[in-house]
Design a binder for this molecule. Structure first.
Ligand code: UDP
Ligand code: MG
Length: 139
């Protein structure tokens, strides 16, 4: 069964470039409801934990360094078929391959510094949302 929630982060590159408002606007205009929202930062340890599945990949250390380099915005989003719909909105991991009009096409700098995170499955959306938010922070 498809659930209707996904998890996102606006990554340090997009926050530093001043794109929080524009990205949240694209998200809400695309029909996502904000269930939870937080301006925070990941320590290197927390970033390492969040991206644990990529631990053996060559880009892991760079990813951890980047994701702990500055503040981020974390959010839980709701829409029918949220995982697929949100992956469509953010575009391909590498902005060079991202479709026109996607968040990564507009705001990502490179395959590493690519502006936003989007969960890849219902199971991971649940795990990732729980990583940042308590039940009292969801509406
Ligand atoms: N990443 C990277 N180099 C790569 C692939 C990925 O630095 O060759 C980073 C990038 O920030 C990406 C994250 O690792 O968003 C997680 O990778 P994944 O393959 O899960 O991409 P996503 O699901 O974010 O599109
Ligand atoms: Mg992924």
């Amino acid at each position: 069964m498809k659930t209707n929630r996904t998890f996102t982060m606006i990554k340090p590159d997009a926050v530093a470039a001043g794109h929080i408002g524009a990205i949240l606007d694209m998200i809400t205009k695309s029909g996502f409801k904000i269930v939870a929202l937080k301006y925070t930062a990941l320590s290197a340890e927390k970033a390492g934990q969040f991206y644990e599945v990529h631990k053996e990949r060559p880009f892991y250390q760079g990813l951890v360094d980047f994701m702990s380099s500055g503040p981020i915005v974390a959010a839980i989003l709701e829409k029918d078929d949220a995982i697929a719909e949100f992956r469509k909105l953010i575009g391909a991991t590498n902005p060079a391959d991202a479709a026109e009009g996607t968040i990564r096409k507009k705001y990502a700098k490179s395959i590493g510094e690519n502006a936003v995170h989007g969960s890849d499955s219902d199971e991971n959306a649940e795990i990732e949302g729980n990583f940042f938010f308590s039940a009292f922070e969801r509406f």
